[in-house]
Design a protein around this ligand. Structure first.
Ligand SMILES: Nc1ncnc2c1ncn2[C@@H]1O[C@H](COP(=O)(O)OP(=O)(O)OP(=O)(O)O)[C@@H](O)[C@H]1O
Length: 278
């Protein structure tokens, strides 16, 4: 009965929508204090819908809530209130019984892919083993051919037996992207994926992310401080003080930098320099 109820609730969400946030709020601090003086509203009533096959960059000043948004949207953290829906299914929030940690982890493993600034590859595993690790963790069958196919797709078909320390930063990040793709997730979240890379490697990684969206129909959400990186996305969502502060479609580097500068004008004492992180 409960199952049917969940199904009935989830079926109202649109097809072709990879991610939906509805009135997501997250507060940090000592919730026990009556005054609430120490509370920080990291996300404040954020509602967002991202279509399947879109590439979205999330930008904003330091402390504006980008990481919190990514963590809540990716199921790494739970919002205090509001709903996160992935591919039509409620991941966190909602009126039904909350998923336990184990169920949330399982959901995440199959529906969400991650790419981190520092790659997060296991140093003792080969490139191929790192790539298929999410399948192993999910208890799924692993075929070497699958690892080979996906690594060839990111330009590392000849590196299967190498360990991460034998690769450049850009190559490591491409392994991380292959690992994120291997479960065919609904959404890939990338947290400053080019933050540790030189310009050329960064460009290769951004093109690869673009390709996963345009050629393979994946959905990518990328947090970045860098207007150049953000310009590879279809849309930039701006955050300020935990709230969405507008979006920009088909963005150019100059337009993004300009918008960030004006976001700075809106915030007391915050300079554009701080916001772009340059
Ligand atoms: N675990 C936590 N405990 C307390 N406060 C937190 C915690 N995580 C984030 N915050 C606060 O929430 C706000 C939003 O932080 P968040 O890390 O999401 O911002 P951000 O935009 O990602 O910043 P940055 O660009 O510097 O990484 C900040 O004021 C931050 O200090």
């Amino acid at each position: 009965m409960r199952k049917n109820h969940r199904h009935a609730r989830t079926s109202e969400y649109g097809r072709g929508e990879a991610l939906r946030l509805v009135r997501v709020t997250k507060t940090y601090g000592d919730t026990g204090t009556a005054e609430g003086g120490a509370l920080v509203k990291a996300l404040d009533d954020v509602t967002l819908s991202l279509p399947t096959g879109s590439f979205t960059a999330v930008m904003g000043p330091s402390g504006s809530g980008k990481s919190t948004l990514l963590h809540c949207a990716a199921g790494l953290d739970r919002p205090d209130s509001g709903l996160v829906v992935v591919d039509g299914e409620e991941m966190t929030g909602g009126p039904g019984p909350a998923r336990g940690e184990a169920a949330l982890t399982k959901f995440r493993r199959t529906r969400i892919g991650f790419v981190f600034q520092q790659y997060n590859l296991l140093p003792t595993l080969t490139v191929a083993q790192n790539t298929v690790l999410p399948l192993r963790l999910a208890g799924r069958r692993v075929h070497r051919a699958r690892a080979e196919q996906i690594l060839t797709g990111v330009g590392l078909g000849d590196r299967l037996g190498h360990t991460p320390d034998q690769l450049s930063g850009g190559q490591r990040q491409r392994v991380a992207i292959a690992r994120a793709l291997v479960t065919e997730p609904s959404v890939i979240f990338a947290d400053e994926p080019t933050g540790a890379l030189d310009t050329r490697s960064a460009r290769d990684v951004l093109r690869l992310l673009q390709e996963t969206v345009r050629l393979h129909g994946r959905t990518v959400v990328m947090v970045t401080h860098d207007p150049v990186a953000a310009s590879y996305a279809d849309t930039v969502q701006f955050l300020a003080d935990g709230r969405l502060a507008g979006q920009m479609r088909a963005p150019t580097v100059d337009q993004i930098a300009e918008r960030l500068a004006h976001l700075g004008d809106d915030l007391d004492g915050t300079s554009a320099t701080t916001m772009t992180g340059v």
